[in-house]
Structure formats: C-alpha cells, structure tokens
Design a protein around this ligand. Structure first.
Ligand SMILES: NC(=O)c1ccc[n+]([C@@H]2O[C@H](COP(=O)([O-])OP(=O)(O)OC[C@H]3O[C@@H](n4cnc5c(N)ncnc54)[C@H](OP(=O)(O)O)[C@@H]3O)[C@@H](O)[C@H]2O)c1
Length: 313
C-alpha cells in the first residue's frame, strides 16, 4: 500500500479508501451476508487500507464496528457522516450531536477521525454553516471527532457549488468530491482551491455504474453526443474506450477509471465502493499501478473536457 499526508489534517492515509456506501454498501445491498461484509473489511485492512468511509445513512457502521473490534485503533482512520436535513427539514443541533454520538456507539470507538456533513444541497448550505458547524466544533473540542468534513451530493450538484462555498468558508479540513473520467469539472472548480488551502480531498464516483456496466456507459456516451458535450467521432459506442485498454497495460475499464482518478493532481485518496472481495483486490492493484500512459490520460481529458451534465451514476 502507498500512504500519503491527507492535506492539513496531517493524517497518513492509504491512497485507497474503502467506501461503505454507494450501490454496494459493503455487499449489504448486493446480497452478501454480514459475515462476508465483515470479511471484506478485514481483507481491506490486510491489504493495507487504513481509511474506511461510512455514514449513518448507509447502515454499515455496525458492520465496520464488528470488523474492527480488536484492531489497533491507531492503525485506523474512520470517516462517517450525517445529513443536516431529514425530509428537507433541518435537523436541530442537539439532535445532530446525538446522531454523532450514536455513530460512535455503532462503530464502537471513542473518536471518529473525519466527520462529514452528508451531501447538503445548495439551499441547505447556509443552515449547515450557521447551525451544524458549531455543533461539530464543540464535538471536536470534546474529542468525539477529529476533523470536520463535508461531502457533496454530486448527481444534484454537478458543478460543485456546495464544495466551492465550503472551501471559501474554510471551516472543513476534508472534502469528498465527485470526480471521474466523464466528469472532470473538479479539476477547475475544486482542486486549485483545496490545493491552495491544504484541504484534504477524497474522490468518490470513480467507477460507479458508468465504468462497471458497459450498457450504462454506452447510454451515457450516446446522451453526451446528443448534447454535443463530446465530439460525435470521439467515441465508438460499440466498444466504448476500448482504445484506452489497447494503448495501456490496463486490463479492464474499472482499472482505467480508478487509475485516471488516482493520479489526478490534487486528489489525496480514491474511495472504492465494493461488496466483492475479488473486486477489492483488483481495485487495490489498479490504484497502486502507475499512471496511465500520458497519451491516454491526455486523450481522456480532451474527449471529456467539456462534459458537465453527468456524474457517471
Ligand atoms: N455524497 C456522499 O457523501 C457520497 C455519495 C456517493 C458515494 N460516497 C462514498 O464514496 C464511496 C465510493 O463510491 P461508490 O461506492 O459509488 O464507488 P465506486 O468505486 O465508484 O463504484 C462502485 C460500483 O462499482 C462496482 N465495482 C467496483 N469495483 C469493480 C470492479 N473491479 N469490477 C466491476 N465492478 C466494480 C461496485 O460493484 P461490486 O460491489 O460488484 O464491486 C459498485 O457497483 C462510497 O462507498 C461512499 O463511501 C459518498
């Protein structure tokens, strides 16, 4: 495993993070047993992953709690989240604080290293800033959380408007950002500012459905051609991106997708969300591989450089 400094948090994180949400939720959403999900988390730790991301909303905190029982706490960097709104109504500050304590109990730990406000929408951000940030700062003083973080609702906020405000306010040490081959807008809209301020970044949506389901990729590419966001002759809808495999040593499209994100300047770690232990192993290998050949990276940047309307979900 490779490790790096997670921006101004100073934490030493693995460049691969295990995501316990997304379509798989450690396998809970894809038909795996709790025992298998626990084995997946333990395998991730054996592979050197030290960063695990979960959330109240994923329902996977207890599984992680069971998987990490007996593991040296110093070896682990735990990340969780709670939304500031429920059914579009603001969660009162006291209730928010109680929710963080409930996450601690489900995880079976005394401190959560990185605690995110989970995916606020643009019109909810002011409440987060005014009412929830002070709660998190108090919990930080009490030692219940170590670093404040915020994740974006990528499919509904494709131009990163919430993260741009959060970065400008500069109260969050970590941001979770959507970035992938299809939607590279974070290169202009997020990474220059996070790099300037030392804010740590974790990437989500590297593969998602677009790069794990060929039919979905064809559908998205057809839409992008229709919208004139990519040139009509830039992709072959029968064998999408087959050239990227032919012109590199990557064996699969998920590998191309993870490697593209991993080596993006400004990206500290890439989350992989899987419930499949074989995929986990493959994805760690991909994320530890060298950058794709420069010509492949450049061509992917050129083809998709104008895309702004999809998340890859
Ligand atoms: N707003 C937010 O806060 C937010 C939103 C979304 C995600 N997240 C976080 O980001 C993490 C990563 O996002 P994500 O879960 O969407 O991750 P992802 O790694 O981009 O995509 C996961 C999807 O790809 C499939 N997959 C993974 N590796 C594969 C492989 N080698 N071959 C074929 N298919 C593969 C998975 O299915 P299998 O299970 O079959 O491998 C799953 O359907 C989440 O788990 C969560 O922690 C946060």
């Amino acid at each position: 495993m490779d490790y790096r400094t997670f921006g101004r948090t100073g934490l030493q994180v693995s460049v691969v993070g295990l995501g316990a949400g997304g379509p798989s939720q450690l396998g809970v959403a894809t038909g795996h047993s709790e025992k298998e999900s626990i084995a997946l988390v333990r395998r991730a730790l054996d592979l050197g992953i030290n960063y695990i991301d979960t959330a109240e909303a994923y329902g996977t905190e207890e599984i992680i709690g069971k998987a990490i029982r007996g593991v040296d706490r110093e070896r682990l960097i735990l990340s969780s989240k709670k939304g500031a709104f429920r059914k579009r109504m603001p969660v009162p500050p006291q209730e928010y604080a109680a929710g963080v304590v409930a996450s601690l109990q489900r995880l079976g730990v005394e401190t959560i290293d990185v605690f995110h406000v989970h995916g606020p929408q643009s019109d909810q951000y002011q409440y987060v800033h005014n009412a929830i940030v002070p709660v998190l700062q108090r919990l930080q003083q009490e030692g219940k959380i170590r670093h404040l973080a915020i994740s974006e609702r990528f499919p509904a906020d494709l131009d990163h408007s919430v993260l741009q405000r959060a970065i400008a306010d500069d109260v969050f040490d970590v941001v979770m950002v959507g970035f992938n081959i299809l939607n590279q807008t974070a290169r202009q809209k997020v990474f220059p500012a996070t790099r300037a301020k030392g804010i740590a970044t974790e990437g989500m949506f590297a593969v998602r459905r677009a790069f794990s389901n060929p039919a979905r990729l064809r559908q998205i590419l057809a839409e992008l051609r229709e919208n004139d966001e990519i040139d009509a002759d830039s992709v072959d809808l029968t064998h999408p991106l087959a050239w990227a495999l032919a012109e590199s040593d990557a064996k699969t499209l998920p590998e191309v997708a993870y490697r593209f994100c991993r080596h993006e300047p400004g990206m500290h770690l890439v989350l992989t969300g899987t419930g499949n232990i074989r995929h986990l192993q493959e994805n760690v290998n991909s994320l530890l591989s060298p950058p794709l050949p420069a010509a492949v990276t450049e061509r992917l940047r050129r083809i998709f450089g104008r895309v702004h309307s999809v998340s890859g979900g």
